[in-house]
Structure formats: structure tokens, C-alpha cells
Design a protein around this ligand. Structure first.
Ligand code: GLA
Length: 388
């Protein structure tokens, strides 16, 4: 992507030059699915697909947002961007402005003196593919405004602001995984994040040295987390935590599972079993990465997929075929990544088998009468930043 294209788009849309260009990446989650809103552990990394935004401040409090991929230009003011005030695509950028205001207020400050802005977005993060295109958009604007308004907010503050945008303005009841990955990731590493304390550290992946590639298999089954499935999984987890009298499923250990089985409905139990075992798999994955590297994590990825498929019930046939076929074709491991109900799987593949895995998954999709998948390698990349 050329920065020039983003600057040109801004100039064409708004008839003046921008102040600068910022960007934020999409993400895949290596392991740790649906654990974020259970105050558990996640291990995502940012991918080499980003959303860029050119921003120019205005003399008034008007805000205007335009995008290379959407026809509508959203217009509002800094004072009218809260929950319920915006719908459609503009909810992402406007919600981000509102989220920043909320975080500033919590710190005893405000955006009362801030100037309005024009913003123009260009993205190569596929939408609806489970790769956090919405977080990339929110986070690109959050880092831009943090600079433009000299807010001096930290990475975790920006996570809070963009997460508020997603939950309260867009209306998707998601956790902090996506925004954390987009804002806090570093090159060639995964981000090990404790969603209870907010503490994080990077874990080196060393894929190139190990001769390994991570493939994304976009099933092209689209999903949206503002739909009911995600919320109902979340409700199942909350039921389980309430039945055990714990604050969150983070507080349940694998050894506690059997004894807890009779204390709640079976569906809540299965949801809980996924979360509790998944938290342990994240810890195990980090331990293996630290000790011996990525070649050893394949079985944990497969176990995570099986748990998402059977206990959490967020897979779809396309994802199961993607995972099973990749592994049969030589992938060390594979799993559904992101919220599920469609979207993408990832596969950890020795470099020399990338062609074979791609060919076999594509053939298997054709045999099943599925849409042709989009299969591409991703590189663990740097988080949100200023580009110009
Ligand atoms: C979506 C949500 C995240 C997380 C994942 C599942 O990506 O946005 O907060 O819950 O699903 O791990």
C-alpha cells in the first residue's frame, strides 16, 4: 500500500492536504479463543494487512470520515458521537472519538477543547473474514487522534477507548483481544496478554528461522459479532461463572472441571470446559514457544480447534474441512481463529508444504461444494503507528 494513495484519497475527498498518515493492522489469534471476556489469556499477533488513515484537523468541531471502500461520507460533530447517535460504517470512527472522550473523562480531562477533523481510510484487511478489520479501523484513528490532539494516552488507554467504541457504539459485545493485538503487537512476535490484569509481553515466534509459515484460510463464510451467536456464548460463560460463584471463568482450573459438572446446565458446562482448557492451552503454548519454538505448538492448536468445535460450538463445516485437510496435508496444526461462525482458520505449515496444503484445502472445498477459499500467508507485524 502506498502512503501516497492515502494522501491522494484525502486530498480528493476534502480538497486540502492531510496532516499525516497513521495505520493499524488486522490480527490473527494464534490461540486463546473467547477467553478474553472471561478475563483469561490470549496470544494473538498483528498481520501484514493494515488500515491506513490520513487525518487533517479542522478549525471547528465538525468531523467528516470517508473511505476508499465505502461511498458514504459520514459527518457529525465531536459532541454527537455517543451510543445510539450513529449507525452504519461511521459508528467505527465516531465510536472511537467517543471512546477517547470517555477515557479522557475517566482521567479527569476532556475533549472539550479538541478540534474537529477530516479522515480518509484505505484498508487491505479483508472484511468479514475474522481478521479484525473493524479493530484496525478503530485503532488507526485512535493513534492518529492521540497524536493530533496530543492526548498522551498509553497503549492500554487506547485499547480501552477502542474497545468502548466497539461495545457501546458499534454494539458488538466483544472482549479486548482484537484492539490489544492491533495496538500492542510487535514484529515477528505474538502478544501474550492477561485480559484480567491487562499485563502483556511479546513472545518471539521465529517462524522464518524455523522454516514455518502461517497460512490464513478465509472460508468466505461471513460473520458479524453484533449477531446473536457471540452474545449467547458469552451468556453461557456468565451462567457457568455465576453457578460456581466466581467472578469469571478465569478463576476455574482444569482440575475443578469434573466436580463442577452437575452444578449447572450441560450447555453452560461445555462452554466453561472450552474456556478453562483453552486458558491452559495458551499457557502451554507460551511455554513451548519460549522453550523450543513454534514447531512444537501444532497439537495445542488442533486441541483448541476441537474444543471450539465440540464444546464451544462456534465452528462451521467449512472451518472443520479447512483444519482437517490442512493437517492431513502436512500442517503441524490448524484451528479456527477469531470469533467463529465463519471467518478464517489458520494453519502452521512447513515452508515446503505451503503449496500442497493450499492445493488440498482448495480441492476439498470444491469437493464439498463450498465457495473457493482465499488462502494466503501472513507475517507477524508491528502494531499501530504513525507512517508519515
Ligand atoms: C472476536 C472478538 C474478540 C474475541 C474473539 C474470540 O474476535 O472481537 O473479543 O472474543 O472473537 O476469541
Amino acid at each position: 500500500m502506498s502512503i501516497e494513495r492515502v494522501l491522494e484519497g484525502f486530498a480528493t475527498a476534502f480538497g486540502r492536504p492531510a496532516d499525516g498518515v497513521w495505520s493499524a493492522p488486522g490480527r490473527v489469534n494464534l490461540i486463546g479463543e473467547h477467553t478474553d471476556y472471561n478475563e483469561g489469556f490470549v496470544l494473538p499477533f498483528a498481520i501484514d494487512h493494515r488500515t491506513w488513515v490520513a487525518v487533517g484537523l479542522r478549525p471547528d468541531r465538525t468531523i467528516r470520515v470517508a473511505s476508499a471502500s465505502v461511498d458514504e461520507v459520514g459527518t457529525s460533530t465531536l459532541d454527537e458521537v455517543g451510543p445510539g447517535a450513529v449507525a452504519g460504517w461511521s459508528a467505527y470512527p465516531f465510536g472511537t472519538v467517543w471512546g477517547l472522550g470517555q477515557v479522557m473523562s475517566a482521567g479527569g480531562a476532556s475533549l472539550d477543547a479538541a478540534r474537529g477533523f477530516d479522515a480518509y481510510f484505505v484498508s487491505d484487511v479483508p472484511t468479514g473474514a475474522g481478521l479484525s478489520s473493524s479493530a484496525a479501523l478503530e485503532c488507526s484513528l485512535a493513534v492518529a487522534l492521540n497524536d493530533e490532539w496530543a492526548l498522551a494516552l498509553s497503549g492500554p488507554d487506547l485499547v480501552r477507548a477502542t474497545h468502548l467504541a466497539e461495545n457501546d457504539v458499534v454494539g458488538a459485545p466483544t472482549g479486548i483481544l482484537d484492539q490489544s493485538a492491533s495496538l500492542l503487537s510487535e514484529e515477528d512476535a505474538a502478544l501474550f496478554l492477561d485480559c484480567r490484569t491487562g499485563e502483556s509481553r511479546t513472545v518471539s515466534l521465529g517462524l522464518v528461522e524455523a522454516g514455518l509459515t502461517i497460512l490464513v484460510i478465509d472460508t468466505r463464510v461471513t460473520h458479524a459479532h453484533a449477531d446473536g451467536g457471540y452474545a449467547s456464548r458469552r451468556a453461557g460463560c456468565e451462567r457457568a461463572a455465576a453457578a460456581l460463584g466466581v467472578k469469571a471463568l478465569r478463576d476455574v482450573a482444569v482440575a475443578d472441571l469434573e466436580a463442577a459438572r452437575g452444578r449447572m446446565d450441560e450447555e453452560a458446562y461445555l462452554r466453561m470446559r472450552h474456556i478453562v482448557t483453552e486458558n491452559q492451552r495458551v499457557l502451554d503454548t507460551v511455554a513451548v514457544l519460549d522453550a523450543t519454538g513454534a514447531a512444537g505448538i501444532g497439537d495445542l492448536m488442533v486441541a483448541s480447534h476441537v474444543s471450539q468445535r465440540d464444546d464451544f460450538e462456534v465452528s462451521v463445516p467449512e472451518l472443520d474441512v479447512a483444519v482437517d485437510t490442512s493437517v492431513a496435508a502436512g500442517a503441524l496444526g490448524a484451528r479456527l481463529t477469531g470469533g467463529g461462525f465463519g471467518g478464517s482458520a489458520i494453519a502452521l505449515v512447513p515452508d515446503d508444504l505451503v503449496g500442497e496444503v493450499t492445493a488440498q484445502v482448495t480441492a476439498a472445498f470444491a469437493e464439498h461444494g463450498f465457495k473457493e477459499p482465499k488462502i494466503f500467508a501472513v507475517t507477524p507485524s508491528a502494531g499501530a503507528r504513525r507512517d508519515r
